[in-house]
Design a protein around this ligand. Sequence first.
Ligand SMILES: [Zn+2]
Length: 115
Amino acid sequence: MEVGWFMSICPLCNARREDRLTALMLAVVRATNEDEWVTATVHLEAFKYDGWPKKTLREDYELGMGEEGVLKVDYACGCSECGFMFHDEYKVGARLVSSWTEAQAQAMQKRKEQP
Ligand SMILES: [Zn+2]
């Protein structure tokens, strides 16, 4: 079994960041006078400087073929910023094959069957 973890960008935080960036850009475009435009531009530039996506999503995984012949994929993630969480686990019993060539042929056949 391979067990590990890594940090990445949270999809929920990223969506919120995109929404905020759009709102700040609209404020610049919709400014009706110079004071509004300067204020909106300052907010937009400040957000561009500090609002880039950060790797707040910890992703943990476990992957591999156990000794009992069951492929296991266990995945979980959690964001330290917004609390987004996800977990899923798959277990699939392996079909035994007599050779590496047969295993490759089965994999190729399976690819052909998928849309
Ligand atoms: Zn998040």
